[in-house]
Design a protein around this ligand. Structure first.
Ligand code: FEO
Ligand code: CA
Ligand code: CA
Length: 638
């Protein structure tokens, strides 16, 4: 479908409150907040934001950087990118500050109070404007070849515990001192949430038969979160994280059940936790996998709070979740699942967001907001319109006769329910980004080699390329308010490489080429930032090499121009991005530098591909955040 930018700009501003202004419509100041996120009344007073919106300055005010294969982070002239809070540094819990050991000899107990591995979704929660805040991020997965001194031989219970401790979420306090960001250690906010941290279950699956286990006969509490990919935040100041590839942590019987097969579970577990932790053996604990694949909500301001799995948002290999507000203040949560031929969802809360003051009290005022509402799956029609199909028990085919006994079973089996309703099977939905000004919602579809292959779904209007190795970005806009059941849609861009030998992989990028979009975020000036996750396994070695290391690009949605802003080190992936409210610091996550595609790193040669960011002679590559600043102190991207 051809690009159409003609209707995008200010003529389409709606009266929807953005999450920045919902509780204070008089305060039109727009704040940076990662996925456009913080309600102004929940924040301390902020400085330096005025004049960002409506500026006549071009949106892409930097000189793009070239493709790079260097083991370095490359940013435009006039910018710096400093590594920050890498895997293994202490998160900052008082009395528990173990230093990272270059040979990966830290114990499981030490790892549980250090930064996790493989940084992904990230958000900055202001404590003192753009000078001090909480940096909250996901640690999506681990490389067992790097996590232990001697790799996976022998495979021990201690290694399983360390692997579990390197997953989850971290909360770090950080401050800007003398022009440089520093971790605050110790900090009363510092926290690690791992694969063994207690979680509550909220929503229609709480207490459901499918959620009960020997350890939790009530079906209301779960140990841990893992496979946490993208991040969003709520207007009430909490952090949302998606449990993405949870299927890789469980081991089934020789023949998985039909339900397990639909969710990608198999006998051979990539992470091998079941060998020393029977919770991950589905023969013994068949319902344990049902307790993962949720959006989890964390209050970073209260380190004693119990995080919650929000089952009303549906179970999926969730990349993440992003919140918009209806005109009357209800929360609309968009999410997708990064798996080939799976779905895009939205949830509309029953109740409006309640004002609750600042920080912890706001979170408490909305503690059950995401437990009540309506879940939908997207259907993209060929005429450029689409429908949200309700996943409501008793409506349409979602009845007991069709295998859905009650609302809890519908959300636990959201994939099966979406199959039944006829949702559109997408090319791996990764991050979404909501532009509250134009009301376009963007979704990165990272690619799907299997599209159009024998015995697989063929192309459709929304997923128009067979053997889609390059990916695309789709966008939609609701017919009226964000809670609407119909929308218009089109493609922002089909990613690709004009030099590709296959015409269908060349795409229609205007500006710097890229492929496999994954992370998305819109800043306060309306720039759409795109992170790539290209790899030889997904696109072919030659295609991959031409495109260089993974990158972060900026797109001006008004013109469609894409410009390369940052290139990461060898074999990394660029994952999340977040901003301080003044837009003058951007935090970008660099995940798995040096990772050999599809296999574990070699513990005997951990520096084979990369030694970023430390470059110590006996070190090893570490996922890390980079702090991006402009030398003149200006707003990033201007
Ligand atoms: Fe964790 Fe879909 O990237
Ligand atoms: Ca991702
Ligand atoms: Ca990805």
């Amino acid at each position: 479908m051809a690009k159409d930018f003609s209707t995008l700009e200010d003529s389409n501003r709606s009266s929807n409150p953005s999450v920045h202004e919902a509780l204070d419509p008089a305060r039109r100041q727009v704040l940076y907040g990662g996925a456009m996120a913080v309600l102004a009344p929940f924040l301390a007073p902020l400085a330096g934001c005025a004049g960002l919106v409506g500026s006549a300055a071009p949106r892409l005010g930097f000189e793009g950087v070239a493709v790079s294969s260097a083991d370095a982070v490359v940013v435009p002239a006039g910018y710096s990118a400093m590594p920050f809070v890498p895997w293994g540094d202490p998160v900052g819990i008082a009395g528990r500050l173990p230093a990272f050991a270059d040979d990966a000899s830290n114990s499981a107990t030490e790892q549980a109070v250090q930064m996790g591995m493989h940084h992904d979704g990230i958000h900055y929660f202001a404590l003192d404007g753009s000078r001090r805040g909480l940096l909250v991020m996901n640690h999506e997965y681990v490389d067992h070849g790097l996590l232990f001194t001697d790799g996976v031989v022998p495979w021990t219970a201690e290694k399983v515990r360390k692997s579990q401790a390197a997953h989850g979420v971290s909360v770090s306090e950080i401050e800007l001192a003398d022009g440089r960001w520093q971790p605050v250690r110790p900090s009363p906010y510092a926290r690690r949430i791992t694969a063994t941290t207690p979680f509550a279950i909220g929503g229609p699956a709480a207490g459901h038969t499918l959620m009960k286990t020997a350890a939790d006969p009530e079906g209301r509490s779960v140990l841990g979160t893992f496979a946490n990919c993208a991040a969003g935040m709520t207007p009430w100041g909490t952090y949302l994280s998606g449990e993405e590839n949870f299927q890789d942590y469980f081991s089934t019987a020789d023949q998985p059940t039909a339900h397990e097969r639909r969710w990608g579970l198999r006998k051979r577990s990539w992470y091998r936790w079941a060998e020393h932790d029977e919770r991950f053996d589905t023969v013994r604990h068949p319902n344990e996998p049902n307790r993962f694949g949720w959006i989890v909500e964390i209050d970073p301001h209260d380190p004693t709070s119990t995080p919650v799995k929000r089952t009303a948002l549906g179970r999926a290999a969730h990349e993440g979740a992003w919140v918009a507000l209806t005109r009357d203040g209800r929360a609309v949560v968009y999410s997708g699942e990064d798996a080939a031929f799976e779905y895009i969802y939205k949830f509309v809360s029953r109740d409006p967001v309640r004002a609750g003051g600042a920080g912890v009290s706001a979170a408490r005022a909305n503690a059950e907001l995401l437990d009540h509402g309506t879940l939908y799956v997207a259907r993209f029609d060929a005429d450029g319109r689409g429908r949200w199909l309700p996943l409501v028990h008793g409506q349409g085919p979602l009845t007991n006769d069709r295998g859905f006994a009650d609302p809890g079973e519908v959300v636990v089996k959201a994939r099966q329910a979406s199959d039944t309703l006829g949702g559109t099977k997408m090319d791996r939905p990764e991050w979404l980004a909501i532009d509250p000004a134009s009301r376009w919602v963007y979704c990165a579809l990272t690619g799907n080699r299997a599209r159009g292959q024998p015995n697989k779904p063929g192309v459709d209007a929304a997923n128009p390329r067979a053997g889609n190795v390059m990916g695309h970005i789709i966008r939609w806009r609701e017919a009226d308010d964000f809670d609407g059941e119909s929308f218009e849609w089109n493609h922002l861009v089909l990613a690709g490489d004009p030099a590709n030998e296959r015409p269908e992989a060349r795409g229609n990028v205007t500006g710097d080429l890229f492929a496999c979009p994954d992370g998305l975020a819109i800043d306060a000036r309306g720039v759409l930032w795109i992170d790539t996750d290209m790899g030889p396994n997904s696109m072919g070695k030659g295609e991959f090499q031409r495109l260089g290391n993974n990158a972060m690009l900026a797109c001006d949605p008004a013109s469609g121009e894409v410009r390369r802003f940052l290139v990461g080190p060898v074999n990394c992936e660029i994952t999340g991005a977040a901003w301080t409210p003044d837009g003058r610091t951007m935090f970008v996550n660099i995940q798995h530098p040096g990772e050999p595609p599809g296999v574990l790193s070699d513990p005997a040669d951990p520096r084979r591909w990369s030694n970023w960011p430390d470059f110590r002679p006996a070190g090893r590559p570490r996922s890390a955040t980079v702090v991006v600043r402009k030398d003149d102190g200006g707003v990033i991207g201007t």
